[in-house]
Design a protein around this ligand. Structure first.
Ligand SMILES: NC(=O)c1ccc[n+]([C@@H]2O[C@H](COP(=O)([O-])OP(=O)(O)OC[C@H]3O[C@@H](n4cnc5c(N)ncnc54)[C@H](OP(=O)(O)O)[C@@H]3O)[C@@H](O)[C@H]2O)c1
Length: 285
């Protein structure tokens, strides 16, 4: 499988999305996120993931503008937060994100979490964002199969991406297969398990065979399985390390070994979507 830092996956509407992106959750607004995004762009990342909830869109925007990299060369994604959902609110939230980022369009707009009672109206807002050209592609995050079914029943245009927690301890192979069948790209959040992949002996061992770290093995696994990965780091050496995954290839046996590290729900780092969205579903924000 020939993959490069500039390799892309083609979304269902034809938009090209770089397979390696740069995560920014918990990269603090101001010098920290600016430095991290600038460094990532210098290393060669061409995909940046943020969200209104991260409260760092202004810093991400400043880094993009000051980098000297042309706007059309960078794929920028952001998300509508739970208390911004609903058709008109979603469109207003997008305007806010664009203003903070200093952009006139986003490459991918994502629903951050599935709120069942607002799903139809939020998605109408997403489709209008797509129609207007202010979002070149639209998708969801944290949608498991029931939420994807609920969305499919009301959507005129289906989601192009599902950004989910996905790493060797939470493989969700059923969901992975379902996304492939539905033509939705799997985008992995927490792909290095917030650093914990370094403690998984099997990943260290596979890495030793290739002269790579456990984190690099975990990222390469996502990509070789057809997904997109968005590791976050504010540390220059790690930003570089996470991009140095294009000069080795995992064998089918190694992929199977990594798939078998799955712990199911016990491996989940974040909250299960059903639990996470409960306060908003109950009408509180
Ligand atoms: N849609 C959603 O609900 C959702 C949820 C969570 C995350 N996300 C997105 O996905 C991105 C990635 O997820 P994440 O940030 O939660 O987790 P992650 O990328 O798996 O882990 C980031 C953490 O791991 C450390 N790290 C990074 N590379 C490393 C390496 N090579 N070796 C050891 N440690 C390393 C970082 O430390 P330093 O920064 O200190 O270097 C940071 O603390 C986020 O930044 C965000 O953009 C989306």
């Amino acid at each position: 499988m020939t993959l490069e830092l500039t390799s892309t996956v083609t979304l269902s509407n034809g938009v090209e999305m770089p397979v390696l992106g740069f995560g920014t959750y918990k990269a603090a607004e101001g010098p920290e996120v600016e430095y991290a995004v600038r460094t990532a762009l210098e290393v060669g990342y061409r995909h940046v993931d943020t969200a209104s909830m991260y409260e760092n869109e202004e810093g991400v925007g400043r880094a993009l503008h000051r980098s000297g990299v042309a706007r059309e060369e960078v794929f920028v994604a952001t998300k509508v937060w739970n208390d911004e959902q609903g058709e008109e609110h979603t469109l207003a939230a997008l305007e806010g994100s664009l203003r903070r980022l200093g952009l006139d369009h986003i490459d991918l707009y994502l629903v951050h979490w599935p709120l069942p009672h607002l799903m139809a109206s939020t998605w109408r807002g997403m489709e209008r964002a797509l129609d207007s050209g202010k979002a070149r592609a639209i998708g969801v995050c944290n949608f498991l199969q029931p939420a994807l079914d609920q969305l499919a029943a009301v959507a005129e245009v289906g989601p192009m991406v599902d950004q989910i927690e996905h790493h060797p301890r939470l493989v969700q192979s059923g969901l992975r297969a379902a996304l492939r069948e539905r033509g939705i790209v799997l985008e992995a959040w927490a792909p290095v398990m917030r650093g914990a992949v370094c403690e998984i002996a099997e990943l260290v061992e596979i890495g030793d065979r290739h002269g790579k770290t456990a984190a690099q093995v975990a990222l390469r696994w996502v990509l070789q399985c057809g997904g997109v990965a968005i590791p976050k780091s504010v540390t220059a050496a790690r930003i570089q390390e996470n991009a140095d995954i294009f000069d080795f290839e995992l064998s089918p046996a190694e992929i199977a070994t990594i798939d078998a590290l799955d712990l199911g729900e016990e491996g989940r780092i974040g909250k299960h979507p059903d639990v996470f969205v409960r306060p908003w579903t109950d009408g509180r924000s």
